[in-house]
Design a protein around this ligand. Structure first.
Ligand code: FES
Length: 142
């Protein structure tokens, strides 16, 4: 399996790994295909994502995509962050091997779930945001 240099770099030196205390939104999702878990934390101020962190119980491709996804959303508005799809993240990483594409979905879904959490907490509607499809059970801690 061939990984791009960027994937290797983000896997070996992941950006934004960790948690954010009192995060504005937290999203936690599980990957139906492999059972891996991802959690994304966002700090949002004035509709802008000022910080993003992630924690994952997942493979190298999941780590690399979350690292890149959190880098891409930092400093963006919520609407701009919605454009950070798994496709955009994969492009930024110069691609992923086809069998690993499902791993990149974890980052997109966790990001989406974190925005959903933020919207729910603040009683707002974010245009274009879809209700998270997969939510894993409460007893699953990472
Ligand atoms: Fe599970 Fe990659 S194999 S996220």
């Amino acid at each position: 399996m061939e990984y791009s240099e960027k994937v290797m770099d983000h896997f070996m030196n992941p950006r934004n790994m960790g948690t954010i205390e009192n995060a504005s939104g937290v999203g936690r999702v599980g990957n139906a295909k492999c059972g891996d878990i991802m959690q994304v934390y966002l700090k949002i101020e004035d509709e802008k994502i000022v910080d993003a962190k992630f924690k994952t119980f997942g493979c190298g491709a999941a780590i690399a995509t979350s690292s890149m996804a959190t880098e891409l959303v930092k400093g963006k508005t919520i609407q701009e962050a919605l454009q950070v799809t798994n496709k955009a993240v994969m492009e930024a990483l110069d691609g992923l091997p086809p069998v690993k594409v499902h791993c990149s979905l974890l980052a997109e879904e966790a990001l989406n779930a974190a925005l959903w959490d933020y919207a729910k907490k603040n009683n707002i509607v974010i245009n274009g945001l879809k209700e998270p499809v997969k939510d894993i059970e409460e007893h699953c801690h990472i």
